[in-house]
Each structure stands twice: as C-alpha cells, then as structure tokens.
Design a protein around this ligand. Structure first.
Ligand code: PHE
Length: 330
C-alpha cells in the first residue's frame, strides 16, 4: 500500500499518470489481481478481506485524483501563461488610404462637366504623330511643336504630349454634336518646380452646327467652371496661340493667394494662368472630315489646379509617394 501510494505521489506528468493508472487500476492491474484472490479466501474471511481491499482502492483513488487535479491544474497554468495576451500593449495602427490630391481634383473637375452632360472620353497614352500633332494643325517641322517637349519612340510613335488627341479620336468615331471631356496622363521632357515628365490634363471639346457654338459659350462655361473650382475669383481671357484653335486664349484667375494684390506665387502680377482654350481651328475639322460645324476647346493641367487649391509649393512632391504629404489629404 505504502509503495503504491508513493508511486502515485511521485508522478510528474499526465502521461506517467495514465501509465500508472493502467498499472494499478486497469483490468489487468495490481488491484484487479488482488480482487481476483477473493475467490480463494475462506468464506468467513471474505467479508473483511473485501472491505480491506475496497478501503485500499478508495484510498488510492483519492490520492490518484488529487495528483491528477494537481497535474491538470499545472498544465492549465502553463498553457495560460504561454498563450497570455497582454491587452495593455499598444497595437499596430492600421493606416487608412486616401485619394491622391491629383485624383481628387480630377474628380471634382469631372463632376462639374458630367453634370452639364459632357461625355468622358479617353485615348491611348502612346500616340501616333497624326493624332497628337498633324490632325491638330501641327504639321511636321512646324515650330509650334517645340512647345511640347516630346518623348519619341524609335518607330515614330510618341507619348502623348497633351489630351488634345482625344478630341481627334472622338471626332473620328462620332458624328457631331459633341460635348466631351478627356481626363488623363500626358508626358513632356521637363522637370523642375512646376513641371514633371508625367502630369494630367483635362481636355474639353464642344462641337455643334456652324454658328451654334461660339466663343461666347466658351467664355461663359469657363468662367462658371473656374468659380466652381476656386470660389469668387475674377477671370480674364488673354490672347494667345495654339495651332488647333483660332482665336486662342489663355485664361487667368485673380491670384487666390493675394487676392490680386500681387505676391510671389503670381509673380506680382495679381493673376494666375490656369487654362488654354479657343475656338476650334477649321483645319482640325478638315482633318477629321467634319463640315459645317463650329466648336470650342480647352485644356487644363490638373496638377496645377491641385497645387493652387491645396497651396502645394513644389509640384514634384505630388509624385514622391511620401505618405506624410498624402496624410494631409484624408
Ligand atoms: N493642348 C493644349 C496644351 O496642352 C491646351 C489646349 C487644349 C489649348 C485645347 C487650347 C485648346 O497646351
């Protein structure tokens, strides 16, 4: 008895406990063997013998259960300790994304024109010479091609230098009337405070019957659009030159930084240039086979709009992917 008791008490693990349980309490175990002796005991002693055995079994069972509880408790404690979570520790902060300021500005511009029922068109970034230049009244060797520092491919294709070729593509596949905008990326060999080799433009084109669409319509819609974008600003149309429009105008707004008083941003002129526009040159309509139509067109740089709206001093910072810039636009 003492020996068995000691054996149980010395058990250190639940696996050993199971082994000892089989050894002592199992069908072929020590206790079973002792109970088997019962049949050879003289009837008079049977009762005492059986009682003795039962007491012994009960005592061992009690010790066994105690040890079992103890070991189970230990195992549980060990597990709780190893799987513990310290809820007081700081977690990882999940970073939320946001729209890039250029895309946000683009969306705002698109919203304005979509509300006026302009369709939103697109074209390829890799253009051919005809669509990017020639059809836009920029013949080969025309000095105005210099205005657009072009990336050429070996095969004469090029990265489009403006969104104006989408005017051509849309007119080639649709009949007038047309009322479209074309937002998208464009490319020029240029890199400084206010230029990056890739930037975005939104092009606009409206074509109707001859005499139906005039410079007056252009003036009205651009003034309304610029006040929608920049609030209560003055708008000024300045004569300019684009090969694909005649007359051509550049459009300025009164400086939103100094309210027209003159500051560094507006080079002390009180005005900021924001758009190119004009009445579509007849040669452009000729190139796409349109007859008896008139129209106006405009083009703007989205980054420039975004910079003005958010007072971003260096255009290049929009493309550095620095999360600290983007976090300011949540
Ligand atoms: N395509 C011109 C540019 O990129 C902008 C423009 C578009 C001007 C339409 C007039 C009309 O500079």
């Amino acid at each position: 008895m003492e020996e068995l008791k000691k054996k149980i008490e010395e058990i250190k693990s639940l696996e050993d406990l199971e082994k000892v349980r089989v050894e002592i309490f199992g069908k072929k175990g020590i206790l079973a063997a002792e109970f088997a002796k019962l049949k050879d005991i003289p009837p008079a002693e049977k009762k005492d013998f059986a009682k003795g055995l039962n007491d012994k079994k009960a005592a061992l069972t009690k010790i066994f259960e105690d040890i079992k509880n103890l070991l189970e408790q230990e195992a549980l404690n060990k597990r709780l300790k190893s799987e513990a979570i310290d809820v007081s520790l700081y977690g990882y902060e999940l970073k939320k994304g946001s729209l890039h300021p250029v895309m946000e500005t683009m969306d705002k511009i698109i919203d304005y024109f979509a509300t006026l029922n302009f369709s939103v068109e697109s074209g390829p970034l890799v253009e051919d010479d005809f669509t990017n230049f020639e059809a836009l009244n920029l013949p080969k060797n025309h000095p105005a091609r210099d205005m657009q520092d072009t990336f050429f491919f070996k095969d004469k294709n090029l990265l489009r230098t403006h969104t104006s070729p989408v005017q051509i593509r849309t007119m080639l596949k649709q009949k007038p009337p047309i009322r479209m905008i074309a937002p998208g990326a464009v490319f020029r060999r240029d890199y400084d405070l206010t230029h990056t080799p890739m930037f975005h433009q939104v092009e606009g084109l409206v074509v109707g019957k001859k005499g139906e669409v005039s410079f007056a319509n252009l003036k009205f819609i651009l003034e309304d659009f610029l006040r929608y974008m920049f609030g209560d600003v003055k708008v000024r149309f300045r004569p300019s030159f684009f090969p694909f429009t005649e007359p051509s105008t550049e459009v300025d707004i009164s400086c939103i930084f100094c309210e027209g008083k003159g500051c560094r941003v507006c080079s002390h002129t009180g005005w900021l240039e924001v758009l190119g526009s004009g009445v579509v040159d007849p040669n452009v309509f000729k190139a796409v086979g349109y007859e008896d139509v008139s129209g106006y067109a405009f083009g703007l740089g989205v980054e420039r709009f975004a910079m003005l709206l958010h007072k971003i001093p260096d255009l290049r910072s929009l493309f550095e992917g620095d999360i600290r810039l983007l976090e300011q636009f949540r």
